[in-house]
Design a protein around this ligand. Sequence first.
Ligand code: ADP
Ligand code: MG
Ligand code: ZN
Length: 599
Amino acid sequence: MAPGTDQSSATPAPEKELPPAIRGLWKREQAVSYSTLLNDIDNKEIKQLDLIPSRREVRVQYNDGRRATVPVFANDNQILRAAERSGTSLQVVDLRREQAAQQLAGTLLMVLLVVVGLSLLLRRSAQMANRALGFGRSQPRLKPQEDLQLRFEDVAGINDARLELEEVVTFLKQPESFIRLGAKIPRGVLLVGPPGTGKTLLAKAIAGEAGVPFFSMAASEFVELFVGVGASRVRDLFRQAKEKAPCIVFIDEIDAVGRQRGAGIGGGNDEREQTLNQLLTEMDGFEENSGVILLAATNRADVLDAALMRPGRFDRRIEVGLPDRRGREAILAVHARTRPLADDVSLADWACRTPGFSGADLANLLNEAAILTARHDQSSIGQQQLEGALERITMGLSNRPLQDSGKKRLIAYHEIGHALVASLLPAANSVDKVTILPRGGAGGYTRFMPDEEVLDSGLITRASCLADLVVALGGRAAEEVVFGPLEVTQGASGDLQMVAQLAREMVTRFGFSSLGPMALEGPGAEVFLGRDWFNQRPGYAETTGQEIDEQIRHLAKNALAHAIDLLTPRRELMDRLVDALITEETISGDRFREIAGLG
Ligand code: ADP
Ligand code: MG
Ligand code: ZN
């Protein structure tokens, strides 16, 4: 019979059956002295002894269920011996160890937390470092086929460029027929043209048509924070491209990276040059007919490095120009597909009225008209909304109409002056519209319809230049004729600027003056900082410069005199036109000619 297991049979059972928490309450603790305890041990009255040295106490459980806690010496051995003698069960409880264990667990938990936290931090900073230093894997956007919804039919009005590129598509689709004939397909195709003419659009359409992977990247993405990153991106791009051949690599706005090397104040930009060098190397590196075609677009071909343009690199250059009248009509039709037009809207008509508009401008025109239509709660885009949109794009937002009638009258005479002079000169453009509704800072304006033939051919005659000068000064002339030389206003300053610019070009570039057929200045292209900055010397003598100024003054003065001559004898007609303009506020070109009797 082991001690402490059997005695329960001698005591009443209830303690056993009660939950442990209540046991202590059931039998209250009793005060027991040290000597009594030793006696009780010897008398075998005790069931269990728990010695807790750290607290210098022993907890006692009697056989009859009583409990007691008795203080003992720290290194007490009397109790040990007594328990030994009587065979009482004795347990030494080391609370410190328990506490230590608890503390250890706590510490371990802390350490674990710190480690986990640190590793998270480390991983994050590693990711950041990767992103920054690991330059690497550019993600040229490899577009899945479904995304490339654009087709050639979405690109209108630039047929020449389209035809050239269709050849590229044919090659990508059936390379055999080309290779059999020993033909080498161009490696690089460069699209050059003013902004908004559809270069990016065309590139996307090619990818859609050819049904091959299309890597697209803006050149500015190459040029990154760290030296060498750009070059590695180029390498990466071409590595991916070669894996996916046949495919198209498109670099938009390539002038950001492909500028002439060694240019720039202080000798150029190392990083950009490295990137460009890498691009050139890669272009040499892929074999002929490997099925990778490099397509690039820019609107500043003049600043590109010559090495980019040599055969074997961008050996084909496609000019994407502003669309002509038919092109504009086709572009309008493309964008009208998704927009409900009213029946009275003629796209051919609108193509006539938007000379010089790019594809993006035309898309914008229809979009603005759609916005106006929605604002007026109408179901289809009408003539009126298109008018509003055109005005908004060309002249800016409309301002509140003038109340002051004196000022309004002056503006009316000014505008009628422009319009009347134009309708009296055969070489001038015809009047499209005259209005005194203020818009975008102008009190009123006269719009002209440029000759389509002139626009399409791009050839300007000397007569039309001279006529333009007279028309531009028609406003100032009218003010002078009607109100006298002291009452003229600064409202003509825009006109004067235009006159100065046109007259200068006539003298220095077109050879339209008595100075003779000499080109004294190049085309007024944007300055390429770094290349043009230091060698900006006029290519003529100082005396020639004086002569140029004289010629310009001569042209302007003559034009103003001519306009005054035309208007002075027609004072009555002017008054009639001004009255009509003030009451109607806006009159169309046809209405103008009707009132003027010039039909
Ligand atoms: P960029 O030549 O500057 O790259 P985009 O190709 O980006 O011009 O053209 C901008 C937008 O103008 C196009 O998304 C498209 O809506 C419109 N657009 C431009 N040109 C044409 C065009 N020839 N045919 C149809 N839409 C055009
Ligand atoms: Mg573009
Ligand atoms: Zn004017």
